[in-house]
Design a protein around this ligand. Structure first.
Ligand code: RB5
Length: 149
C-alpha cells in the first residue's frame, strides 16, 4: 500500500507523527509538505494534489491534516472517486474503513493531539473494508458521481 500525505501550516506536527508511524509500520509513503516554516499556506493547494493522486491510482490512500481537518476534507471530497472522512476518534476511524471504504483520512491538529492522531491513523491504515451491503452503498455514491459530477 502506498500512502500520500500532506498538511498545511496548521497540521505539521501531526503530519510528522504519522510519517514516523508509517516508517514504523513499513508503509510506503510520499510526503508532499508543507515545508512552510512559520508562514501560512492554503489547504486546497495540498488537498487537491493528494486527492488527485489517490483518484488516479498513483497512491492507494491519502492523509491530510490542517487546523480543523475541515478545509482539507471539504476539498478532498470535491475530487471524483474520493471518499474522505474527517475523523477525531478511534471508533470512527475503524467504522469509516469497514463501512465507507474511505480512501482519504483528514484530521485537525487544533482539535486532537499527536498521540490520538497516531492511534486513529494506525487503525485507519490497518482496517479492511467489510464490503457486502456496504459495497452496494459505495456503488450508489459512484453512480451519482458518474451521472452528476
Ligand atoms: C488555517 O488557519 C486553517 O483555516 C486551516 O488549517 C484549516 O483549519 C481549515 O479548515
Amino acid at each position: 500500500m502506498k500512502v500520500i500525505i500532506a498538511s498545511d501550516h496548521g497540521g505539521i506536527n501531526i503530519r510528522k507523527e504519522i510519517v514516523s508511524l508509517m516508517e514504523e509500520l513499513n508503509i510506503e509513503y510520499e510526503d508532499l509538505g508543507c515545508e512552510c516554516g512559520s508562514g501560512s499556506v492554503d489547504y486546497p493547494d495540498y488537498a487537491f494534489p493528494v486527492a488527485q493522486k489517490v483518484a488516479n491510482g498513483e497512491a492507494d490512500r491519502g492523509i491530510l491534516i490542517c487546523g480543523t481537518g475541515i478545509g482539507m476534507s471539504i476539498s478532498a471530497n470535491k475530487v471524483k472517486g474520493i471518499r474522505c472522512a474527517l475523523v477525531h476518534d478511534v471508533f470512527s476511524a475503524k467504522m469509516t474503513r469497514e463501512h465507507n471504504d474511505t480512501n482519504v483520512l483528514a484530521m485537525g491538529e487544533r482539535v486532537i493531539g499527536p498521540g490520538l492522531a497516531r492511534e486513529i491513523a494506525k487503525v485507519w491504515l490497518t482496517t479492511e473494508f467489510t464490503a457486502g451491503r456496504h459495497a452496494v452503498r459505495i456503488g450508489k455514491i459512484a453512480e451519482y458521481e458518474d451521472k452528476h459530477i
